[in-house]
Design a protein around this ligand. Structure first.
Ligand SMILES: [Zn+2]
Length: 455
């Protein structure tokens, strides 16, 4: 589907095979929504008609300045990021990287922008350096500062946990914290292999491979590992599922564990060929887990929050103690808020990944005003555009709750952009915009002024 030489769905296609992240990751605070599924795609032409697919809606951000519905930062068209990746500019000398990416600096999140500024300073001193070298250079300093912040927050949580209502809860919490402490200080420990987590982590790494075919292949063999068949290590993987993943003729049936190891081996071979240290490490660690060896797992904000909410604090939901502890836990730095966190997270990443991850949070995504999981319809009147970072962060939280952390005037800025496009190019119908405004009033409890449509 080509429009004026640009494949507007190229980006969707590569996203269409995103793994279905099930239960474990559908937590209201840190869920990973499935984005980029163009469920009502059927238009053969773009310019002649008003938009009616997700892809077309996001495509507007390629040529128009559209501010994010929540954070009012300008968004980046996903295809533009893909083009930058494929151009090789991320893996080249930083002087070229800085020049190509500087126009998008303002769209970056705080953590990423600080990293970018530092890279820009380096590019003046040593223009031929590569992104991954700078991250490695910054690592020692960043890890020291990050661990200091993190351990302070964990200490506060430990203190607060003494008020947990039962001995069982307190014991479980202490055990949880011991594990987190080991992760923070990189002390090896026994960890159970979880195929779904592997599938999720590898998918995030795959995104920055500048080769569509390889990306599609890796997605194909690793996505099914999030299926329930992989939950128990001794489950026999059905023949259909196994052959769909590998295509090769398997002599016998395999257990989930055997099959996982087989897939991990294949991924590792490719990762080694690509020189992707991050992927190789994940494969090595996963194999060690399968073989019941001690492994070093880095502290992960996301996993920490997930277990905290889903397991440790599940029994005290909505109590004052719950909010108090969540408030403390939410202070943990993450890669969109903190430079140190970004640097530590990308210690083993290659330059392509680092460049990609600096810009990825700014990508324009389709945001359902009323969450799909809440019964929201997949219809233009229930959709706004928001940056990927905010979309992920909201997860399936009700919109009015998520709006509490943003300036209530930001949605108007977004609507002004959309109304301008509607008036100048008739790409969105006024009735759709009125519908969007109604949804935002109902779900987000924010009133936007659409009288500009008639002026
Ligand atoms: Zn945003």
């Amino acid at each position: 589907m080509r429009v004026s030489g640009v494949n507007i769905f190229a980006y969707n296609n590569c996203k269409a095979e995103k793994p279905v992240i099930t239960s474990v990751y559908s937590n209201p605070f840190i869920s990973v929504p499935i984005i980029g599924h163009d469920t009502f795609e059927h238009s053969p032409s773009f310019t002649a008609n008003p938009i009616h697919t997700h892809g077309q809606f996001r495509f507007l951000t390629k040529e128009h300045d559209i501010h994010c519905f929540y954070c009012k930062k300008l968004m980046l068209y996903g295809g533009t990021l893909q083009e930058l990746l494929e151009s090789g500019v991320f893996s080249g000398p930083i002087k070229d990287f800085v020049e190509a990416v500087r126009p998008y600096r303002k769209r970056m999140k705080k953590g990423q922008r600080t990293v970018f500024d530092q890279i820009e300073r380096y590019s003046k001193k040593s223009p031929q350096t590569h992104l991954s070298e700078i991250i490695q250079y910054l690592y020692q300093n960043s890890i020291r500062r990050l661990v200091k912040t993190q351990s302070g927050i964990l200490k506060d949580l430990n203190e607060q946990s003494k008020a947990l209502p039962s001995e069982d809860m307190r014991t479980s919490f202490r055990k949880f914290m011991r594990k987190q402490h080991k992760r923070l200080y990189e002390i090896p420990d026994y960890e159970e292999f979880n195929a779904e987590k592997f599938s999720y982590k590898i998918d995030k790494m795959i995104q920055s491979i500048p080769n569509d075919e390889l990306k599609a292949y890796l997605t194909k063999i690793t996505t099914p590992m999030a299926e329930p068949e992989f939950l128990e290590r001794n489950t026999i993987i059905p023949y259909e599922l196994a052959s769909q993943m590998t295509k090769s003729k398997l002599g016998k049936l395999h257990t989930a564990e055997e099959f996982s190891e087989y897939v991990i081996m294949r991924v590792q071979k490719i990762a080694e060929r690509l020189g992707r240290q991050d992927m190789v490490r994940l494969c090595e660690t996963s194999k060690d887990m399968i073989h019941n060896k001690k492994v070093t797992i880095p502290f992960s904000n996301k996993e920490f929050m997930l277990e905290l909410v889903k397991e440790q604090l599940a029994g005290i939901k909505k109590t004052p103690l719950y909010y108090e502890m969540m408030h403390t836990a939410n202070k943990l730095p993450n890669s969109t808020s903190s430079k140190n966190s970004f640097v530590v997270k990308h210690r083993y990443s290659d330059s392509d990944t680092i460049g990609y991850k600096l810009l990825e949070p700014a990508i324009a995504t389709v945001e359902h005003v009323k969450a799909r999981s809440d019964g929201g319809v997949d219809d233009l009147t229930n959709i706004v555009l928001a940056c990927k970072a905010d979309n992920n962060e909201r997860g399936s939280m009700p919109q009015y709750l998520y709006m509490e952390r943003w300036n209530k005037r930001n949605p108007q800025i977004y609507f002004n952009d959309i109304m301008k496009i509607s008036k100048e190019e008739q790409l969105i119908t006024p009735s759709d915009i009125e519908g969007m405004a109604r949804s935002v009033l109902n779900e987000g409890k924010v009133k936007v002024d659409t009288s500009g449509l008639k002026k």
